[in-house]
Design a protein around this ligand. Structure first.
Ligand code: ZN
Ligand code: ZN
Length: 399
C-alpha cells in the first residue's frame, strides 16, 4: 500500500497526532467502495476518488517520516535575505477602473489576480495568515497578501486548483462570496463544488461549477478549462484524492492564459500544450521542490518549470508558489535564484519567465507583461501598442 504525504505540515506539537491520522487514512482509503462501479468511467476516476493520468510514484509513509527526520536535522532555518519587500502602494485604482487591458497581479504564494476580457479572476485565493485548518498552527505566511480583500476590484470568478490549504482557504472563499455586488462564480475541480456547497454557506447564492479534466465553463467571453496535472488532494485524514485537482486554462479570442496550480512533471504537460497551446502567458509554480527525492512526483522545480513553459507553449511565464509559505526545504528566496539558473541553462531570456514582487501588478502590452506606468489610463488606447478599449466588456456574473 502506498501513501501520498500530507501537503499540510502541522506544527511539531501536532506532528504525532497528524501521523496517526495519516496512518488511519490508509486503512480507510483501502476500504473505499464505488457505488457507481457499474458505470463506465474515465481512467482517472477510481473508487471513491481520482488518480493521476500517468504513472505516479507515491512516496511511502516511511519516505514521509524520513523526510521529516532529515528536515529536523538539516533544514536551514535562517531568515531569507533576498526576498523582495511587498509593494507598498498596490495598483488599487488601476485594478478598479481597468475593464479593457489584460493585467496580472501577484498577491502571494499561488494567489494571482488576472484581468482579461473585462473579468476580474482570482486564482487560488488565500488571504489567511496560515495555510492550515487551525488558526494557531501550521505554515504561517512570511508576509501579508500583496492586496487585501478590501483592495480587490469586484471579483467575477474564482478558480481553485485543488483542496490543499495553501490553495483553498475557506475564510477567503467566504469573504469573496460576501463581497459587495454579489458572489463570484466559483470554478472548482470535480467534487470541490460539493465542498463549497457544504462548507461555505455564504456561497449559497453563487454559481458553482465542478469540472472534470478537459471540461469547460463559459463566463462572458472567457472559457474556463480544467486541465490535468500530476498532483493529489487532501484536506482531512479521510478525504485523500476524493476531490479532483488540476490547472486552469483561461482562453478567449484575445488572450490565452494557463495557471498551473501544484504539479509534478508528467506527460500531462505536453498534452496541455498540444490540446490548448499556444498560450500568451502562464503562471507556473516554481517553489516547494526540495528535497527532490521526495518532492519531485508532486512539485516541479524551476528547471522543470522552464520545461513546462516550453512544452505548454507559453510565450511568457510568471513564477508563483514561492516566497510566502515555507512548505518544503529550500529557503523562501531560493526559487527565483534557481529559476535564473534554469533560464540560463535553457537559453530563455530573463523577461520571458519572470517573478513579480508581492502585490505587484503588470499589464499586458500585446506581447509582454510590463510594469504599470504612473500614467496608465485604461480608458484610452495605448499609444505604443494600439490596444483599444473593448466596448461592453464589463460582464456580469449572471451571464
Ligand atoms: Zn498541493
Ligand atoms: Zn501548493
Amino acid at each position: 500500500m502506498h501513501c501520498r504525504p500530507p501537503h499540510l505540515f502541522l506544527s511539531k506539537t501536532l506532528a504525532s497526532l497528524h501521523m496517526l491520522l495519516i496512518a488511519l487514512s490508509f486503512s480507510l482509503f483501502a476500504c473505499a467502495t464505488n457505488p457507481d462501479n457499474e458505470q463506465p468511467r474515465p481512467d482517472h476516476h477510481k473508487d471513491g476518488g481520482f488518480r493521476n493520468n500517468y504513472s505516479f510514484i507515491d512516496p511511502s509513509l516511511l519516505d514521509f517520516l524520513e523526510w521529516r527526520r532529515q528536515r529536523l536535522v538539516h533544514m536551514d532555518r535562517s531568515e531569507p535575505e533576498d526576498l523582495p519587500d511587498p509593494v507598498t502602494d498596490p495598483a488599487v485604482d488601476y485594478l478598479a477602473s481597468n475593464h479593457s487591458e489584460v493585467s496580472l497581479t501577484f498577491i502571494g504564494h499561488a494567489s494571482v489576480l488576472l484581468q482579461m476580457n473585462g473579468l476580474n479572476i482570482l486564482a487560488d485565493p488565500v488571504f489567511s495568515d496560515r495555510a492550515s485548518p487551525l488558526g494557531f498552527a501550521g505554515p504561517k505566511r512570511h508576509q501579508p497578501p500583496g492586496l487585501t480583500t478590501q483592495q480587490l476590484p469586484h471579483i467575477h470568478a474564482v478558480v481553485v486548483s485543488h483542496s490543499h490549504y495553501d490553495h483553498l482557504d475557506r475564510p477567503s472563499i467566504r469573504q469573496l462570496c460576501e463581497q459587495p455586488g454579489g458572489p463570484p462564480v466559483l470554478m472548482m475541480p470535480l467534487k470541490l463544488d460539493d465542498w463549497v456547497r457544504q462548507a461555505v454557506p455564504e456561497c449559497d447564492e453563487a454559481r458553482v461549477e465542478g469540472l472534470d479534466w478537459w471540461q469547460e465553463a463559459l463566463l462572458g467571453e472567457v472559457r474556463f478549462i480544467l486541465t490535468p496535472v500530476q498532483h493529489w488532494s487532501q484536506r482531512t485524514p479521510f478525504d485523500r484524492n476524493q476531490t479532483l485537482w488540476g490547472g486552469w486554462a483561461l482562453v478567449s479570442d484575445d488572450f490565452r492564459f494557463w495557471f498551473s496550480g501544484d504539479l509534478g512533471y508528467s506527460q500531462d504537460i505536453p498534452d496541455i500544450g498540444e490540446r490548448l497551446g499556444p498560450f500568451d502567458l502562464a503562471a507556473i509554480a516554481i517553489g516547494d521542490y526540495q528535497p527532490r527525492w521526495f518532492m519531485s512526483p508532486q512539485h516541479i522545480d524551476p528547471h522543470e518549470a522552464v520545461i513546462t513553459q516550453q512544452e505548454i507553449r507559453a510565450d511568457r511565464a510568471v513564477g508563483i508558489h514561492w516566497g510566502t509559505f515555507r512548505l518544503a526545504d529550500e529557503p523562501l528566496d531560493q526559487p527565483p535564484k534557481d529559476l535564473a539558473k534554469a533560464r540560463e541553462k535553457h537559453g530563455v531570456p530573463d523577461h520571458h519567465f519572470i517573478t513579480m514582487v508581492f502585490g505587484e501588478t503588470r499589464r499586458w502590452d500585446g506581447s509582454d507583461l510590463v510594469p504599470l506606468s504612473p500614467s496608465s489610463d485604461t480608458e484610452k488606447s495605448d499609444p505604443v501598442t494600439g490596444i483599444q478599449p473593448i466596448s461592453g466588456s464589463v460582464i456580469t456574473v449572471d451571464d
